[in-house]
Design a protein around this ligand. Structure first.
Ligand code: GSH
Length: 207
């Protein structure tokens, strides 16, 4: 059985969605946020971050996008990602990498600003720049969704759920919903999705 280390309101959201969509049973371990991490957890997550997925063979991995891509590979019948080899799969890989390497780190710069400057007085500019970088990234994804229902291919994929998870972390939700109409259209759809509603009840990602 899979084991998922997660926490409400974290990047574990999209992994829980993937496991549920795949119908894969998993044990859930909620990891408290702490400055004194458990050494056993650090051994599988050296940055003390969630999500971490332990596979049934005992192998563990961090990195939400890698976990999602792997689960899509391991459960092809679940349709978590477009078919391997298709151009939609290329879009899927592109946007998963973009979201995890551009947007997620910008979000971390906002919420963990103290890690990104040695100037204790200088947190505000770091946060301001982080939000500007988030906005640049969301604008690109909004354009990618123009005239499309889904980010990659013609059906829902983990890329759509990943995007909605990230935009829910925007510090100015009203602005996010007004500024990026295509993302808001996707989000409105997912707010009605039974599984997203169920996950949101425990993660409280959006009101
Ligand atoms: N690159 C990682 C980032 C994971 C991450 O930043 N997780 C946050 C929760 S959303 C966390 O555990 N933060 C605690 C910390 O950085 O100390 C991924 O994509 O999974």
């Amino acid at each position: 059985m899979y084991k998922l280390y997660t926490r409400p309101g974290s990047g574990g959201f999209v992994v829980e969605a993937a496991l549920a969509m795949a119908g894969a049973p998993f044990e859930q371990v909620d990891v408290p946020k702490t400055e004194a991490p458990d050494p056993a957890f650090l051994a599988i997550s050296p940055l003390n971050q969630v999500p971490v997925l332990t596979l049934p063979d005992g192998h563990s991995l961090t990195e939400s996008a890698a976990i999602c891509i792997l689960l899509a590979e391991r459960h092809p019948q679940a349709g978590l990602a477009p078919e391997a080899g298709s151009s939609a799969r290329a879009d899927f890989l592109r946007w998963m990498a973009f979201m995890s390497s551009v947007l997620y780190p910008a979000i971390l710069r906002l919420y963990y600003a103290h890690r990104y400057t040695v100037d204790g007085e200088g947190l505000q500019p770091v946060k301001q720049a982080a939000v500007a970088e988030m906005d640049r990234g969301f604008a690109i994804l909004d354009r990618a969704l123009a005239g499309r229902d889904w980010l990659a291919g013609e059906t829902l994929s983990l890329a759509d759920i990943y995007l909605v998870m990230l935009v829910a972390w925007h510090p100015d939700i009203e602005k996010a919903r007004n500024a990026w109409a295509n993302i808001e259209r996707l989000w409105a759809r997912l707010r009605q999705h039974e599984l997203m509603r169920k996950l949101n009840a425990s993660h409280e990602m959006w009101a």
